[in-house]
Design a protein around this ligand. Structure first.
Ligand code: ADP
Ligand code: MG
Length: 258
């Protein structure tokens, strides 16, 4: 059971990020409790992908930091200050965070089974045999047990994205980040991917999902966060943010995507 003393799965502390003079994240604070499903909405260019990349430490914020399960990522506390960690330690931390991209990013030269089994072997968490057994189990979970020997190019986009989700699960991450997981898919393939994400959501996996699928957000999100120009404009349960938004910018955005 989760209590107030359990560390947050993800805690974003006052994060500022800019490229040159362009401020992309402007003081973002966000808490995701274990088992919670957070959906992030916002216009194109508002900083959603950058926020996920900062959580994963693929981008380093100029100000602020992110903690995963109470542990600062990329930095450690040293006499009240934060110091950079080594690249190797950051890679270990990153392996506890799953990331599913818009364009699947599977390894084209590896079979589906090896795409899923590769990371646990590379990080020496499992032997090759154990990783392949786990990969078969996870492929079953996303409905692709019969595709283990296929190569990514032989699969539909929806199937490739389900492989990418199985691959993210293979490291048993504490949280999985999704960056517009269905926006590169033909419309008829969106449902099968959302069904897999919904299965994860209802089984208690901590998820942070950037998506424009408002109906899906309403169904699975514990919390919806609306971001615009690098700032969180409002957040709350889907019934509040989607049905009775308090801010003009949220209303304007929803009127365009609904
Ligand atoms: P979103 O995912 O909400 O569409 P992004 O986080 O991708 O937005 O981008 C936010 C802003 O930051 C955009 O104006 C984008 O052009 C800019 N941006 C993103 N990545 C970079 C980068 N590596 N260098 C310079 N500008 C960037
Ligand atoms: Mg984006």
């Amino acid at each position: 059971m989760t209590t107030e003393t359990t560390p947050a799965a993800v805690e974003v502390h006052d994060v500022h990020k800019w490229y040159g003079t362009h401020r992309v994240l402007d003081g973002v604070n966000l808490t995701v409790r274990p088992g919670e499903v957070t959906v992030i909405l916002g216009p194109s260019g508002s900083g959603k992908s950058t926020l996920l990349r900062v959580v994963n430490h693929l981008e380093k914020p100029e100000i602020g930091h992110v903690s995963i399960n109470g542990e600062p990522i990329g930095v450690r506390r040293h006499g009240g200050r934060l110091r950079e960690l080594s690249e190797r330690t950051i890679l270990t931390q990153r392996s506890r965070i799953g990331f599913v991209f818009q364009n699947f990013n599977l390894f084209p030269h590896l079979t589906v089974l090896d795409n899923v089994a590769a990371a646990p072997v590379a990080t020496r968490k499992l032997t090759r045999a154990a990783a392949q057994e786990l990969a078969r189990e996870l492929l079953g979970r996303v409905g692709l047990a019969d595709k283990a020997g296929a190569y990514p190019r032989q699969l539909s986009g929806g199937q490739q994205q389900r492989v990418a989700i199985a691959r993210a699960l293979a490291l048993r991450p504490g949280v999985i980040l999704f960056d517009e997981p269905t926006s590169a898919l033909d419309p008829e393939l969106v449902g099968e991917v959302l069904a897999v994400i919904k299965d994860l959501a209802t089984s208690g996996t901590t998820l942070v999902i950037v998506t424009h699928e408002i109906g899906f957000a309403r169904e699975v999100a514990d919390r919806v966060v609306f971001i615009d120009e690098g700032k969180i404009v409002e957040q709350g349960p889907p019934s509040e943010v989607l049905d009775t938004p308090q801010h003009e910018r949220t209303r304007d955005f929803l009127s365009k995507v609904l």
